[in-house]
Design a protein around this ligand. Structure first.
Ligand SMILES: Nc1ncnc2c1ncn2[C@@H]1O[C@H](COP(=O)(O)OP(=O)(O)O)[C@@H](O)[C@H]1O
Ligand SMILES: Nc1ccn([C@@H]2O[C@H](COP(=O)(O)OP(=O)(O)O)[C@@H](O)[C@H]2O)c(=O)n1
Length: 212
């Protein structure tokens, strides 16, 4: 079974995708980390994220970088959203994600374009959302816990800017697939959001199996 989980920053998609991976015993890929690794490489090499050639030159990162806590920072998230708008960067990361999705036994991937581009034939597609204010509160608490000091106003402004850039770009914009189930986690606890996600996956896969 392939499960696609998409949504904007701090909507809870990673939390839900990890819980679904445990529930269904499936491997999980956080695709945002790939774009964050490109961004971290651009920053380290002091390249220009707006220049497609600079961003593409940063796509051959070492996988060890994916575990680096620096990737979780707001600065890297912002630059990830700049480099991810370049079609050649998306092309450079495409096959790796498709291979992961199509591995025997299935997989769960979370990101922005999983249901639309990476796994358009996924058995279940979820689009996770929450209000910008609630997402900013969650991300702020997360950054604070990690010892990073940043004001909630800045986190909210960054989230809004990232939403705008990710939704308006021409290449694989952030948008719910027409056959995705939308889950608003704004007023749900993590446990309730995960339970709802499992119910939705069961409903979607049953509906898909019925159609075949
Ligand atoms: N339903 C929820 N209620 C409260 N906090 C949540 C909820 N879902 C996720 N979180 C918290 O919000 C933060 C961002 O969640 P995460 O799953 O990493 O979001 P995303 O992957 O969409 O960026 C994490 O600290 C996570 O524990
Ligand atoms: N499948 C994906 C995943 C992430 N991204 C980009 O990478 C950035 C960082 O993604 P992320 O999932 O790590 O960010 P959060 O939602 O965790 O804040 C996003 O803002 C997108 O611009 C993308 O374009 N496509």
């Amino acid at each position: 079974m392939i499960i696609a989980v998409d949504g904007p920053a701090a909507s809870g998609k990673g939390t839900i995708a990890r819980a679904l991976a445990r529930h269904y015993h499936l491997p999980h890929l956080d695709t945002g980390l790939l774009y964050r690794a490109v961004a971290a490489t651009v920053l380290r090499e002091e390249l220009d994220p707006e220049r497609e050639a600079d961003a593409v030159a940063s796509c051959g990162f070492d996988d060890l970088l994916l575990a680096d806590e620096y990737l979780r920072t707001d600065e890297v998230g912002k630059v990830a959203s700049i480099v991810s708008a370049h079609p050649l960067v998306r092309a450079a990361l495409l096959q790796r994600q498709k291979r992961f999705a199509l591995q025997p036994g299935g997989a769960i991937l979370d990101g922005r374009d999983i249901g639309t581009v990476i796994a358009p034939d996924a058995d279940a597609k979820l689009f996770i959302k929450a209000t910008p204010t609630i997402r900013a509160q969650r991300r702020h608490a997360e950054l604070k816990k990690a010892g990073l000091s940043v004001s909630i106003d800045k986190v909210l402004a960054d989230i809004r800017a990232r939403d705008e850039r990710d939704s308006k770009r021409a290449a694989a914009p952030l948008v719910a697939a027409p056959d995705a189930a939308v889950l608003d986690t704004s007023f749900l606890s993590i446990d309730s959001a995960v339970q709802k996600a499992i119910q939705l996956v069961e409903r979607l896969r049953a509906a898909k199996a019925g159609r075949l």
